[in-house]
Ligand binder design. Structure first.
Ligand SMILES: [Fe+2]
Ligand SMILES: [Fe+2]
Ligand SMILES: [Fe+2]
Length: 408
């Protein structure tokens, strides 16, 4: 399966997912991308280099899955443990051929310029990673001033960045920042609406290109790993759901294309969980009503992140429906009956089965007998598809192994 995709659209949508980790401080990646772009206007760079810089800037925090790490990165100017998320991000991106060229930039995006001088890395990597570091710190400094508008922090932030010229940041990059940030438009674009407009313009200027299924899967896998890393209890959940949904599609007689797309949907279905605060996701007890309603938002968020990627419309729809119930009592749209397609039903049962087979904060891993008791009850109440539960039952041992990555 090959799909026509605008890669800029994918980066934009996926940066939305990463920005959700900020919970109440959204759009960090996008602000960093805009500021890097604005500074790049004062540097000798061609359009291709600028494009690479924007992509790296949008994805620079892909090594951050939990909200606590995110808030440390914003609240502290030079946090001791910041290198961890750089390494995680580098590893994630280097596993994906489409984005592997961005990995070295991510690796050094919290390394002081003085230290970069001792490392043997290409000038372009040094420039891009140090520029992302600089504007990333600008964003943190703005947040730390606690002002109602970013522009109110202009003077103090410019002074502080100037004071790190030649130590944390390259003198040439500090100059480019001082020129770019001299304009009030620079600060005003940091507000969410102008920011979105500016980046949507960048997306619209991107070309569609044919991407093969393996490349698409490797992109989806990056994000599945970020979501799954958010909680120790969901390690490999998305990956297990993806493998199981694909296999169920084959057994169910679906086309190879639907099976491939279901694998993508499995990898991406819980993207919206990046917005759930760690305390709710890892809570060892039952969630209260308010916490549960926050938790329920995740399938809507997954849909919101994916809906604009032309070529992945079905994947976005199936992801949005993975908590819908056939009797209409699910969420977020209360779809019912035929509104829930066969692939959506497959994804839903794969999700339930994997989650029951996997250990959770409040219980251990369930055995097949207990899993079927629960799933049969769900069928009886009209939540999930009876024929698909039977399909799992026919291949129960295999399903268990596929869901948990066990070998024979
Ligand atoms: Fe950052
Ligand atoms: Fe979910
Ligand atoms: Fe899930």
């Amino acid at each position: 399966m090959s799909t026509k995709i605008n890669l800029r659209q994918v980066v934009f949508s996926l940066s939305r997912a990463l920005d959700l980790v900020g919970v109440d401080d959204m759009h960090h990646g996008k602000r960093v991308a805009f500021m890097a772009y604005a500074c790049s206007q004062h540097l000798p760079m061609d359009n291709h280099e600028r494009d690479t810089l924007i992509q790296a800037a949008m994805l620079h925090d892909c090594g951050v899955s939990n909200t606590n790490t995110h808030s440390k990165l914003v609240k502290e100017f030079d946090w001791n443990c910041s290198q961890i998320h750089c390494k995680v991000g580098e590893q994630l991106l280097s596993s994906c051929p489409v984005f592997s060229h961005l990995a070295p930039v991510i690796a050094y995006h919290h390394t002081h310029w003085k230290r970069l001088q001792d490392l043997d890395i290409p000038n372009v990597i040094e420039r891009d990673s140090n520029l992302i570091f600089l504007v990333d710190r600008v964003d943190a400094l703005i947040a730390q001033q606690n002002m109602p508008e970013p522009i109110m922090a202009k003077k103090i932030v410019r002074e502080k960045i100037k004071s790190y010229r030649g130590t944390l940041f390259s003198p040439e990059l500090v100059e480019s920042f001082l020129k770019a940030s001299n304009l009030s438009a620079f600060w005003l674009t940091l507000e969410s609406e102008p920011l979105y407009d500016m980046l949507r313009g960048w997306v619209a200027g991107g070309q569609d290109q044919m991407i093969d299924f393996d490349s698409l899967r490797s992109i989806a896998q990056i994000f599945a790993k970020i979501v799954d890393a958010k909680s120790p209890f969901t390690v490999e959940h998305s990956q297990g759901v993806a493998r199981l949904a694909k296999q169920l599609a084959h057994w169910d007689g679906q086309s190879a294309e639907v099976a491939d797309k279901l694998e993508l949907a499995g990898l991406l279905h819980d993207l919206g969980k990046l917005r759930i605060p760690d305390e709710i996701l890892d809570k060892p007890d039952k969630l209260n009503e308010m916490e549960f309603s926050v938790m329920q938002g995740h399938s809507f968020e997954s849909h919101y992140i994916l809906k604009d990627i032309a070529g992945l419309e079905e994947v976005a729809l199936w992801c949005s429906q993975h908590h819908e119930k056939i009797n209409g009592s699910g969420y977020p749209f209360k779809s019912e009956g035929d509104e829930i397609s066969r692939p959506s039903r497959i994804l839903a049962v794969a999700d339930v089965f994997q989650a029951l087979a996997q250990k959770r904060p409040y219980r251990g891993s369930l055995q097949l007998e207990d899993i079927f008791t629960i799933m049969d009850n769900m069928v009886q109440s009209g939540n999930i598809d009876a024929s698909l539960v039977n399909l799992i039952r026919e291949h129960e041992k295999e399903c268990y192994q596929i869901a948990l990555f066990e070998s024979d």
